[in-house]
Design a protein around this ligand. Structure first.
Ligand SMILES: [Zn+2]
Length: 64
């Protein structure tokens, strides 16, 4: 009886996601706001000026 069991798969962990990075030294787009944005912040406004994000609510859909 030959060994016919082969395990197929990835031999190493492959990164499927890349950390999004944005330009450094971006400023909040609100006038007179000198807040530098984090380059990991996808928004163009600082935390104070960006619209509050609502976490995903289970079973709740955005009305059209
Ligand atoms: Zn701001």
């Amino acid at each position: 009886m030959s060994n016919s069991v082969y395990i197929t798969g990835k031999s190493r962990y492959e990164r499927t996601r890349k950390t999004k990075e944005f330009n450094n030294n971006r400023l909040c787009t609100i006038e007179n706001c000198k807040t530098t944005l984090s380059r990991y912040n996808p928004a163009d406004k600082c935390f104070l000026h960006a619209p509050a994000k609502q976490g995903r609510v289970r079973g709740w859909k955005q009305p059209d």
